[in-house]
Ligand binder design. Structure first.
Ligand code: RET
Length: 249
C-alpha cells in the first residue's frame, strides 16, 4: 500500500538509519572490544553496552523499515508509524533500566520505572489510533505514566545515585538529565503532529522525532562511551584523563 510519502520523508529516515548505525557500532565496540571501563567494572559495563546495542540495533531496523514505508498507515486523517511505537516499546524501557542501573537502584525500583515507561508507550499508541475524546483521554493517561517515570528518574533514582562514586554520579546525572529533558518534547510533538492536531506536517514531524530519537539513543551511547574512556587518546594524549596518580606524571 502506498501512503504518499514524499522523498524528503525517506531522506529523513535514511539519516535516522545511519545515525542509529553509529550507535550500534559504538555499543558493539564497548561490548566486544577492549575499551576501558572507567566508571563501572567490566561485567556491568558490558551489560550497559549490551542494553545500548539492543536499543540502537532495534531502532536501526525500525528506521530501515520506515525508510521502506513498512507499517505506516492513515486513519481518520491521522498518520501512524507502527514501527516507531514497536521500537519505542522495546527500547525505551532498556534506556530507563540503564539509568536505574547507573543509579545503583534495586531491581524492583528499576522494574517499576521500566513498566511505567512501557505503559506510557502502549497507551500512547492506542491514543494515536483512537479518535474524539478517547484520543485525549489516552493522551492524558500516557502523560500520567510519563510523570510517574519522571518521578522515578529524579526522586528515587536521584537519591540512590547519591551513594555512588563521583564519576558514576556524574555519568548518571548526564544521562538522567538528557532523558528527563529531551523526552518532554515527545508529547508536545505528538500533539502538534499528525497523531493529533496536524499543525506540523508528516515530514516535519518525522524530522523532529528522528533528531530526538538519534540523540536519545546514539547520543546517549556516545555519552556513556566517552565517560567510560572509549575515546581517550583519539583526540591527542593530553585529553586522556589520568588513570591513577602514577599515570599523571
Ligand atoms: C507519546 C504520546 C502520548 C503522551 C506521551 C508520549 C511520550 C513519548 C515518549 C517517547 C520517548 C521516546 C524515545 C525514543 C528513542 O528513540 C507516546 C508520544 C507522554 C516520551 C526516547
Amino acid at each position: 500500500m502506498t501512503v504518499g510519502i514524499e522523498l524528503s520523508n525517506q531522506l529523513v529516515y535514511s539519516l535516522g538509519t545511519v545515525g542509529m548505525f553509529v550507535g550500534v557500532l559504538v555499543a558493539a565496540y564497548g561490548l566486544f572490544g577492549e575499551s576501558p571501563m572507567r566508571v563501572t567494572d567490566r561485567s556491568e559495563g558490558r551489560l550497559l553496552y549490551g542494553l545500548l546495542a539492543w536499543t540502537c540495533g532495534v531502532a536501526f531496523l525500525s528506521y530501515f523499515g520506515m525508510t521502506a514505508e513498512i507499517g505506516a498507515f492513515r486513519t481518520d486523517g491521522n498518520y501512524i508509524e507502527t514501527l516507531r511505537y514497536v521500537d519505542w516499546a522495546l527500547t525505551t524501557p532498556a534506556l530507563v533500566a540503564e539509568i536505574g542501573i547507573l543509579a545503583g537502584a534495586d531491581r524492583r525500583t528499576v522494574a517499576a520505572a521500566a513498566l511505567a515507561d512501557f505503559l506510557m508507550i502502549a497507551v500512547g499508541y492506542g491514543a494515536s489510533l483512537a479518535s474524539g475524546p478517547l484520543k485525549w483521554i489516552g493522551f492524558l493517561v500516557s502523560t500520567g505514566f510519563f510523570l510517574v517515570l519522571a518521578y522515578y528518574l529524579f526522586v528515587p533514582f536521584g537519591r540512590m545515585a547519591s551513594e555512588e562514586s563521583f564519576a558514576r554520579q556524574a555519568l548518571f546525572g548526564k544521562v538522567r538529565n538528557l532523558t528527563g529533558i529531551l523526552w518532554f518534547i515527545y508529547p508536545a510533538v505528538w500533539i502538534a503532529g499528525p497523531s493529533a492536531l496536524s499543525v506540523l506536517d508528516i515530514t516535519a514531524t518525522a524530522a523532529v522525532v528522528t533528531y530526538l530519537d538519534v540523540t536519545a539513543k546514539t547520543g546517549y551511547t556516545v555519552i556513556l562511551a566517552s565517560s567510560q574512556g572509549m575515546f581517550d587518546g583519539f583526540f591527542g594524549a593530553e585529553s586522556a584523563a589520568p588513570q591513577s596518580p602514577s599515570d599523571a606524571d
